[in-house]
Design a binder for this molecule. Structure first.
Ligand code: ZN
Length: 245
C-alpha cells in the first residue's frame, strides 16, 4: 500500500514540475490561439467579399451582353417601323420597342447598382488589410516568443514527460482516474500530505486519530475538507528525496 501511495505522490511531484513549465508560457498559448481565430475570421470576411465582387462582375458582363443584344433588336425594330403596312403591325412593333427599352433600362440600372456595390466592397476589403497585417505581425511575435520559451525547456520537459510515463504506468487505472479527476478540479494538486497536523493542500487540521491512520499507510485516505488524497509526511519526504526531480 505504501508503494501505491508513494507512486501517486511521485506522479504529483512530476506534474508539479510540468505545471511550472506550462506556467512559464503564461497567456501566450491562449493569445496565439485568439489571434489565429481573429485572422481566420477576417480572412473569411475578405474571401466572402471578393466572391461577391466577382459575382457582381460576372453579372455585369452578362448584363452588358443582354443590353447589346436588346439594342440590336431595338435598332431592327425601329428600322422596321418604316415598313409597317397597317396599324396592327405598328402597334405590335411599338410594343416590342417599349419592351426592349424597358429591359435595357432595367439592366443598366442593375449594372449601375452592381458597380456601386463593387466599389463599396473594394473599400471594405481595403479597410480590413491594416487590421489583418497588424494581427499577423502580432501573431508572428507571440509565436516566436512562445517558441523560445518552449525551446528553453524542451529537454527538461521531455525528461519529465518520459519519467511521468514510467511512473503513471505503475499507477492502477482507478487510482489514476481519481488522481486526474481531483487534479483537474483542484488546480493541479491531487495528492497532499500532512504537514504540521494539517492537510498541505487546504491547510485544514487533520484530526489526530485520522493522522495516525494515515501514518500507518494501510489504505488511501482523502482529506475531509478538500477531498485530496492525503498521505503521511514521512512517505512524502521519502518520495521527494528519492524522486530526484
Ligand atoms: Zn485538504
Amino acid at each position: 500500500m505504501v508503494e501505491r501511495l508513494s507512486t501517486l505522490f511521485e506522479l504529483q511531484l512530476i506534474d508539479n514540475h510540468l505545471d511550472e513549465l506550462e506556467e512559464l508560457r503564461g497567456d501566450l498559448p491562449a493569445a496565439v490561439n485568439e489571434l489565429k481565430y481573429q485572422i481566420k475570421s477576417l480572412e473569411q470576411q475578405v474571401e466572402a467579399k471578393e466572391e461577391e465582387k466577382n459575382n457582381s462582375l460576372e453579372k455585369r458582363k452578362q448584363n452588358d451582353e443582354d443590353v447589346e443584344r436588346l439594342s440590336n433588336n431595338l435598332k431592327r425594330f425601329k428600322a422596321q417601323l418604316y415598313q409597317v403596312r397597317n396599324n396592327k403591325e405598328y402597334d405590335a412593333l411599338t410594343k416590342e420597342i417599349d419592351h426592349a427599352e424597358e429591359q435595357i433600362g432595367k439592366f443598366e440600372a442593375e449594372t449601375k447598382a452592381l458597380e456601386e456595390l463593387s466599389q463599396k466592397l473594394k473599400i471594405e476589403i481595403k479597410d480590413v488589410e491594416p487590421q489583418l497585417e497588424k494581427f499577423n505581425e502580432e501573431l508572428k511575435e507571440k509565436e516566436a516568443e512562445l517558441k523560445q520559451i518552449i525551446k528553453a525547456n524542451e529537454r527538461e520537459e521531455a525528461r519529465l514527460k518520459d519519467k511521468r510515463e514510467k511512473v503513471a504506468s505503475k499507477v492502477k487505472k482507478p487510482d489514476y482516474n481519481t488522481y486526474m479527476r481531483i487534479r483537474k478540479a483542484l488546480g493541479g494538486k491531487a495528492v497532499a500530505f500532512i504537514s504540521r497536523a494539517a492537510c498541505s493542500g487546504c491547510h485544514n487540521v487533520v484530526p489526530p486519530q485520522r493522522q495516525i491512520e494515515i501514518k500507518s499507510n494501510k489504505r488511501i485516505f482523502s482529506c475531509e475538507s478538500c477531498g485530496r488524497i492525503l498521505i503521511g509526511q514521512e512517505v512524502a519526504e521519502e518520495v521527494e528525496t528519492k524522486a530526484q526531480l
